[in-house]
Design a protein around this ligand. Sequence first.
Ligand SMILES: [Zn+2]
Length: 103
Amino acid sequence: MPSKRRSSKRPYGQPHQDLDVERLAGSVGARREIGPRGEEYKVAVPRPSDRTYLCPGCSQEIDGATQHLVAWPADGLFGADAAAATRRHWHTHCWNTYGRTRG
Ligand SMILES: [Zn+2]
């Protein structure tokens, strides 16, 4: 197991993120929607990636290469960056139906 990567420090101590948090938090390309619990969320379509995500709606994996949604609280208590950091990836149909089938 390689263990020598710690010698190269990143300048800001932050891990690389595949999504640009600032761009997300600035809501460029994002829209506001009422989320599963009646709270307001920002929703965006992330760029395709080779990662796999876990959908909160169906607890199944999302292939990052397929189009899906990413959502995060629109009015985060700890600021836009913190809110964007809590974003979750959803299957499009799960986001559209989760918690909204009652009544
Ligand atoms: Zn799902």
